[in-house]
Design a protein. Sequence first.
Length: 370
Amino acid sequence: RLRLHDGKLIKDRRYHLRTYPNCFVAKELTDWLIEHKEAPDRETGIRLMQKLMDHYIIHHVCDEHSDYKDAKLLYRFRKDDGTFPLSKDVKVFMRGQSLYEKLVSVEESILKVREENSVKYQRTFLGSEMIDWLIQEGEVETRQEAVDLGRALLEHGIIQHVSNRHHFFDSDILYQFWINFRRRRRLTELLNENSSRALSESPDSPFCLRKLNPEPGNSSFLSVQTNKEIKVVSAVRRSSITSLSGNSNAYFSAPPTLVFPPVAECNPKSVLKRPVTNEELLSPGAPYVKKTLTIVGDAVGWGFVVRGGRPCHIQAVDPGGPAAAAGMKVCQFVFSVNGVYVLHLDYQTISSLIMTGPRTLVMEVMEAIE
């Protein structure tokens, strides 16, 4: 966005006797992406800008087009017209980025390479050290406010305990910034989530779970039981199976007759070692940490399976899918979905809530602290 402003591609433009401030022409921007090697061809450039639309970063100036069209149409960055959605999650992320930039730009920064249990960690700091710094810099007024900020940063995946065993505390525990905000990213990284994934053959692999019908909107998976019977279970993948059509896939043949090799069986039993109640999860001092995950679905869904009820848990995670990239793990408990408290719901209701919601999924999960 800043480079486009500098290059005068973003400017006030007049169309049909009306002036649209801070906008760009889609066709000109596609040319720019190719010229500056941000995209190898027009098709990739269009896909990249569609990703930005899906993430609510750009939009058509009159919101008449939900797709990015490589034409003489006017689009605008939402940050340039004040429509960028500043949700709680976005605000925490931006606060984390601001703190990181402030910390790395000073000479005597508290961020250092440190060692714990013979392992070296980058960008680390002590919990109490961070709290002292936040108060000193006027970022917070009290130590409790600093602890709350540190906990929000940890729950959003911006910082973490170096071995992921503790929540954020005002102590000499070692933490690190999990995100390197200064790493230069290329736009084409947005398309990595659509890369082809090899099928895993482990008995409990979530790759055993594939859509039953190719119609968009169908929320069913096939789960191959140990007795080879087919059972339809509720899961959270959507869109069609066409993205898999280029793979040599034993699960689908043409015509669509299903074949199940004996090596690809799924264990239908719960992955939980023991039942857990809501009371146990919510009791004061319980060994669980709440985390917020933002998952952007790809061509075939989000890449995880929910099971159980009151509370529900994550039964399977596609290792190469969007959910895994966001930090989702097996055995986490589902606390909320897109702001809706769901600890009291069963997996069918939660799956329906996810399937009917937006492509960008915000989930709060509770994870056991080892």
